[in-house]
Write a protein that binds this ligand. Structure first.
Ligand code: NDP
Length: 330
């Protein structure tokens, strides 16, 4: 059983020396616990925050201890009522091959209904993030012009497609490579898309959305946020989901210089956490599940193999190596 420990708190970009892959005994499940062999492990941008000591919505990872994160796996031993060997479960003890955990912290998932990895992505946490952030926080309504950054990523690609499926009049996405832009336009049905590395975001956005935008779903922060405020229409709404462009900063990044535009536009900017929106989970599965099954909503996964590559996969998310959800397959 191998597991990843945080050895030191990264300053700026995380370095391999900040982590260690440690050999540990397979844990023994206690009363009320199950032993799970992980099949797919999630790596997510928010984990960067947990590597720092600063208090946030999720507790910092402890130094010298195994890290945590979403995972799905198979129950290989059970001391808990209602869980049998062979069951598949979603839980929060990733970054390791085997986990013993209280059964109350595991959610059974149906391996015959959808591929197991999708419970970490398109039908899981990142999917619900897209759904709740767009529909609830950004108060999306039919006819809106929607702009989403990180648009080829797990959350962003789903935001754009849900907006289209629910009647957006125009959906614009930004991403970090021409190949990703092509995917947005040719496979995901975005009306316009641009590579933010090819020129100033504000200019490219004005060109892609000549009549302005009603919703901005922010995954990136920085100049993307400023550009979105600059293009915001009357009554526009900005849902702040993430700001990946600042996660490795060692100094606070300057804020948007054009916030005063929120006055004339009566614009609203609001952050949200998916954890507050699990009441939407049944509705999300009911509405999005069939779109995924029918192919109306497309998704990609970037799958990295082996626990030994868990760290590289995580660093890859920060670099933009992934298209769609980044997953580690064990
Ligand atoms: P993604 O699958 O979108 O992966 C992250 C992507 O960010 C990369 O692929 C990369 O794509 C892009 N990126 C990296 N650095 C930059 C940069 N400097 N500028 C612009 N883009 C960059 O991850 P997720 O879908 O899991 O998460 C997307 C966002 O949502 C993150 O900010 C995350 O923190 C946030 N989040 C928030 C939640 C909440 O509850 N509020 C829950 C889940 C996620 P590219 O090639 O395009 O640069």
């Amino acid at each position: 059983n191998r597991e990843w420990h945080l050895q030191s708190r990264p300053v700026g970009w995380p370095k391999p020396e900040d982590f260690a892959l440690v050999e540990a005994p397979v844990p023994t499940p206690g009363e009320g616990q199950i032993l799970v062999r992980n099949a797919y492990v999630s790596v997510d941008p928010y984990m960067r925050g947990r590597m720092s000591a600063a208090k946030s919505y999720a507790a910092p990872y402890e130094l010298g201890k195994v890290m945590q994160g979403g995972a799905v796996g198979e129950v290989v031993a059970s001391n808990a009522e209602g869980f049998s060997v062979g069951d598949h479960v979603l839980h929060f003890f990733g970054w390791r091959e085997y986990a013993a955990l209280d059964a109350q912290h595991a959610v059974k998932v149906d391996a015959s209904a959808a591929p197991l990895s999708t419970y970490l992505g398109v039908l899981g946490m990142t999917g619900l993030t897209a759904y709740a952030g767009l529909l609830r926080t950004a108060s999306f309504k039919e006819g809106d012009v929607v702009f989403v950054s990180g648009a080829a990523g797990a959350v962003g690609s789903q935001v754009g497609q849900i907006a289209k499926l629910k009647g957006a009049s125009r959906v614009i996405g930004s991403a970090g490579s021409d190949e990703k832009v092509k995917l947005l336009l040719e496979e995901y049905g975005f009306d316009a898309a641009f590579n933010y590395k090819n020129g100033p975001v504000a200019e490219q956005l004005r060109e892609a959305a000549p009549d302005g935008i009603d919703v901005y779903f922010d995954n990136v922060g920085g100049d993307h946020l400023e550009a979105a405020i600059g293009s915001l229409n009357q009554g526009g709404r900005i849902a702040v989901c993430g700001m990946i462009s600042v996660y490795n900063n060692t100094e606070p990044a300057p804020g948007p210089r054009n916030l005063a535009r929120l006055i004339q536009t009566r614009g609203r900017i609001e952050g949200f956490l998916v954890g507050d929106h699990y009441d939407l989970q049944p509705q999300f599965v009911q509405e999005v599940g069939p779109w995924v099954a029918s192919g109306a909503l497309k998704y990609r996964e970037t799958v990295v193999e082996g626990i030994e590559n868990n760290l590289e996969a995580f660093l890859g998310v920060l670099r933009g190596d992934n298209t769609g959800k980044m997953i580690v397959k064990l």
